[in-house]
Design a protein around this ligand. Structure first.
Ligand code: B12
Ligand code: SF4
Ligand code: SF4
Length: 410
């Protein structure tokens, strides 16, 4: 989900008619007509809709003290795990005016990626992989960034000022900003919930030096519900509105670089890239509609891929399969590590052969996960024989530890 990056300036377009590759923004009004900040905001909303954004609202760049406090506590308690970049940019993250002192208004935008299927059904097919909804289509960073840039060019050409755009990757707190702008509220699972789109809204931000009127913040509509907290397979919520990333399957499968902590592996089931459980269970999804952006729709081959197929991916095949997908970011080794955890959880002994073939993989993280998977699928006797065949040559300390944890001195 996360790619910490640079702050990008947007170069103003020469003309007031802007092409965003596949979409043209209609020439809604010339700059002569944009007399007031209200006019600019109104025209901006129309341009955003023409570009395929489903929601738009404006927040003040002045952060609420509760958000800064929430971030400080999150970091102080180490809830970010090994996402060190979160702590490294914490002042900027907590205050958009430190990130960019010229910012005067923050336009928050949302793109609906409501799925055409129930993402929890696949969890029962243990020999198949569950990939989270957000990652089954084209990489949303690319799709949304392109549109944000087009919108920013349009804005600067029509109304002047400077603009910068962000989606996921910079030190910007997109959820609190979207809540402040009124796009939704941060639910007890901490994500933004929209009355109109439920859980399925990607967020992006356009910072501008123009003064635009802010929209009212949305209020919390969770009430007494606790469905998202109760369903979490790894008990990742120490309290409502608090997430311990270190236990979250999204973090474990996407962000975490080392071996997945042993005590969490069996709780992951077949979720190999992200997790949708807390999003999918939210009752506000009953108002959600299917996303209208074809590029973000699930690719057929990623809806229910066989674990056996994914375990066979080498680096070249992985890059080819996920060239346009956000999944490419984890790299092949971490991805196959996740597949092996799912194989271990599958109870399909026929998959043991795939795990065995990975005991000699060049990556230690893959070999270690293969040991764990086999420990769940084959008898102690068979595992001992495998250890004699492959384990004795093992030099990596973390993989030797995996053998030892299975009660076998390799
Ligand atoms: C780091 C990160 C992660 C981390 C940490 C998640 C987290 N909850 O922060 C991990 C890797 C776990 C993750 C997972 C996912 N992520 Co993510 N992630 C981010 C990222 C880069 C930063 C988020 C952040 O700043 N977290 C830090 C904490 C401190 O912020 P916070 O959650 O807002 O915490 C607040 C609350 O704790 C609050 N608080 C504390 N006490 C109380 C009490 C009350 C009463 C209230 C109201 C609030 C409150 O105060 C804090 C400050 O506001 C954003 C993109 C961005 N730049 O914003 C995407 C982003 C949040 N992720 C996103 C998505 C889609 C996901 C996943 C659904 C992906 C998946 N399917 O696997 C999961 C969801 C897991 C979950 N339940 O949150 C989307 C969410 C869209 C939305 N509608 O909200 C974002 C916005 C990316 C995007 N541009 O669309 N993600
Ligand atoms: S994404 Fe999954 S593991 Fe993470 S908090 Fe939500 S339900 Fe729990
Ligand atoms: S599932 Fe319930 S508690 Fe969780 S975000 Fe949705 S409404 Fe709020």
């Amino acid at each position: 989900m996360v790619r910490e990056g640079e702050v990008e300036a947007v170069v103003p377009a020469a003309a007031d008619r802007v092409l965003s590759g596949d979409r043209a923004i209609p020439d809604l009004c010339g700059s002569r007509l944009l007399k007031t900040p209200g006019d600019i905001k109104h025209a901006l909303a129309k341009a955003a809709a023409a570009l395929g954004f489903d929601a738009i609202a404006v927040a003040s760049p002045v952060p609420a003290p509760a958000v800064q406090q929430g971030l400080a506590e999150f970091l102080a308690q180490g809830l970010h795990g090994d996402m060190d970049w979160m702590a490294a940019r914490s002042e900027r993250r907590g205050d958009p005016r430190i990130l960019w002192p010229d910012v005067r208004a923050i336009v928050m935008l949302g793109v609906n990626y409501g799925p055409d299927h129930d993402p929890t059904v696949i969890l029962a097919s243990r020999e198949r992989a569950a990939i989270s909804v957000y990652a089954k289509g084209d990489d949303y960073h690319d799709v949304i960034k392109k549109r944000l840039k087009a919108l920013a060019r349009w804005l600067t050409a029509q109304a002047g000022g400077d603009a910068k755009v962000f989606v996921d990757t910079a030190a910007v707190m997109e959820k609190p900003l979207a809540a402040a702008a009124g796009l939704g509220w941060q639910g007890k699972h901490t994500n933004l919930v929209s009355r109109e789109f439920g859980s399925w809204l990607f967020l992006g931000a356009l910072f501008t030096t123009l003064e635009l009127p802010s929209d009212p913040a949305e209020t919390d509509h969770c009430g007494t519900c606790s469905a998202c907290l109760d369903i979490c397979p790894t008990a990742a919520f120490p309290a409502p509105y608090r997430l311990d990333s270190r236990r979250c399957i999204s973090y474990l499968t996407i962000e975490h670089k080392g071996p997945i902590p042993r005590h969490l592996r069996s709780l992951m089931g077949n979720r190999i890239y992200g997790c949708d459980d807390c999003l999918a269970v939210c009752p506000w999804n009953k108002f959600a509609q299917q996303g209208r952006e074809a590029k973000l729709a699930a690719r057929a081959e990623l809806k229910a891929p066989a674990l056996a197929e994914l375990a066979r991916l080498d680096d070249a095949a992985f890059r080819k399969l996920f060239a346009r997908s956000a999944i490419k970011r984890t790299g092949r080794d971490r991805f196959v590590r996740n597949v092996l955890i799912a194989i271990g959880n599958s109870r399909h002994s026929a998959l043991a052969a795939y795990a065995e073939s990975l005991l000699t993989d060049p990556s230690a993280i893959v070999r270690g996960a293969a040991v764990w998977a086999l420990g769940r699928l084959v008898s102690k006797q068979a595992l001992t024989a495998l250890a004699a065949k492959y384990g004795t040559a093992e030099r990596d300390a973390s993989v030797r530890e995996e053998w030892a944890s299975e009660g076998i001195a390799a």
